[in-house]
Design a binder for this molecule. Structure first.
Ligand code: 5GP
Length: 114
């Protein structure tokens, strides 16, 4: 069996983390190095390594991550927030277990303009 990813170990509670939400499909926990007052990583329990490894059968899982992000945003009292997925090293991906960054709690500006 392949070695577990860091995020699988967090989901399985083998590595400690501040888990803020979990269900059968996904887990959400606070980023260890937050860039904003709220910075939560939403991950599937399935160890999909990166966004371009998502297969058609994974689409419900990936869609579910948006639902998880919405629930956590509501829990955290966020009306506005940013969701980020880094795909690949040059895009800044450092942990190769698919994750959606949920970032909010401050004015984030618009990172895609200009
Ligand atoms: P990436 O750069 O791959 O998109 O995001 C990986 C994120 O995981 C980073 O924001 C980093 O701070 C976070 N991270 C790395 N190691 C740990 C850890 O052991 N625990 C937690 N909670 N977050 C981590």
């Amino acid at each position: 069996m392949a070695e577990k990813t860091l995020f699988q170990k967090i989901a399985d509670r083998e590595v400690p983390a501040d888990i803020v939400y979990e269900d059968d499909v996904a887990v959400a926990f606070r980023d260890i190095d937050p860039v904003a007052p709220v910075h939560v990583l939403c991950i599937p329990r399935k160890p999909i390594p990166r966004a371009d490894a998502v297969e058609p059968e994974d689409e419900p899982i990936v869609g579910h991550l948006f639902t998880v992000a919405r629930k956590v945003a509501a829990q955290e009292g966020l009306e506005d927030y940013r969701l980020v997925v880094n795909c690949g090293e040059k895009a800044g991906q450092t942990v190769f277990h698919l994750h959606v960054h949920l970032i909010g709690g401050r004015d984030l500006g618009n990172m895609t303009s200009g």
